[in-house]
Design a protein around this ligand. Structure first.
Ligand code: SD4
Length: 332
């Protein structure tokens, strides 16, 4: 190629870059900051019926002018500490070997993130995740390293396997049939999103994962972008259900990106659910696949959608806190 042609060639690229620039800038987060308010903060949205109690605690913080980050951490404590909830913290189902292992993540409006996975013997993994976010240069600590870190930070070690869950595990162990299928009626991970009076978003997600999972299995909840994603300029999303499906599609990240590109929170949840279904519907056990997504925009727009019926979420705003049945995809 002649020098002149090389020059023109380069110039060609330069002009393409200039033409493309407005498009690139159009997708920058700042474009979303002036969206009209749909619902005024404070708002909290969370998964399942236990979300009602969690929202209530979180709203006490937000109504008194507290931060979304504090609300999303403290709100889920009530569920982590509830031994009657069998998918989160104390009283969670153990893995196939009888060990209760926990996954949790937290994000703030600045894009800071912290998470823990395969953590044992700590009742509030969400608070360990927050410490990872605020007091280490890392995002995710796993297993014994996460436990050592928690103990160093003053968390107390405690047995999380309740007598009831021990009996359930022993009964299961008689046949030890392992199916990585989550029945949609037995989900109860908590994912919770909050928008505070300053317009700041935050999110949290905490779980003991799938009952009798293979030892070492980690789900979507501690994976940033899968079980939780927050972009303070756009919106936040969280997930419950069969974690492998969210992990393979990075569903929470996808929802926030769809919102960034102009979709409502509801549309974004629906598109992320459809993405899963279109790709995995032909798998053998797909009739059992359940995923529920929640989304909350910086402007107070919210959405929820699941693959199968049965997903419920708790919405607190305008001095109300109510349980709502989500819409779903497979209607037949
Ligand atoms: C997981 N997503 O570990 C979690 C399970 C769940 O309600 O949401 N259960 O795959």
């Amino acid at each position: 190629m002649s020098t002149r042609r090389k020059f023109l060639h380069k110039l060609g690229f330069a002009s393409v870059a200039l033409v493309a620039a407005p498009k690139l800038f159009a997708s920058l987060p700042t474009e979303k900051t002036n969206l009209p308010i749909v619902n005024a903060p404070p708002i909290i949205i969370s998964t399942w019926s236990h979300g009602i109690a969690a929202n209530e605690d979180g709203m006490k913080i937000l109504n008194s002018g507290g931060k979304a980050l504090d609300a999303v951490e403290k709100a889920v404590w009530v569920v982590e500490a509830d031994e009657n909830n069998h998918s989160v913290g104390l009283g969670g189902y153990p893995d196939a070997t009888g060990r209760v292992t926990l996954d949790a993540s937290i994000m703030d409006h600045l894009g800071n993130a912290g998470s823990v996975c395969y953590l044992e013997e700590i009742m509030h993994p969400i608070s360990v995740a927050r410490k990872v976010m605020e007091e280490t240069p890392h995002v995710l600590l796993a297993g014994s390293g996460a436990l050592d870190f928690a103990l160093q930070k003053g968390f107390q070690r405690q047995n999380l396997l309740t007598p009831e869950m021990e009996i359930a595990w022993k009964k299961w162990a008689e046949t030890s049939e392992y199916k990585p299928i989550v029945n949609f009626e037995s989900h109860d991970t908590i994912g919770l999103l909050a928008l505070d009076k300053n317009g700041h978003l935050a999110g949290s997600c905490t779980t003991s994962g799938m009952p009798f999972k293979l030892p070492g299995r980690v789900g979507d909840s501690p994976i940033i972008g899968a079980g939780l994603f927050v972009d303070g300029e756009v919106g936040a999303a969280t997930a419950t259900g069969m974690g492998e499906l969210m992990m393979k599609t990075l569903g929470s990240f996808l929802i926030v990106e769809l919102m960034r590109n102009g979709h409502s929170a509801q549309e974004a949840c629906e598109m992320a659910v459809k993405r899963i279904w279109e790709r995995y519907k032909n798998e053998k056990e797909s009739r059992y696949f359940q995923v529920g997504y929640l989304a909350l925009g910086k402007n107070g727009d919210y959405g929820a959608y699941s693959i199968l019926p049965g997903f419920q979420y708790a919405l607190a705003m305008n001095a109300e806190n109510k349980l709502i049945d989500s819409d779903w995809l497979i209607k037949k």
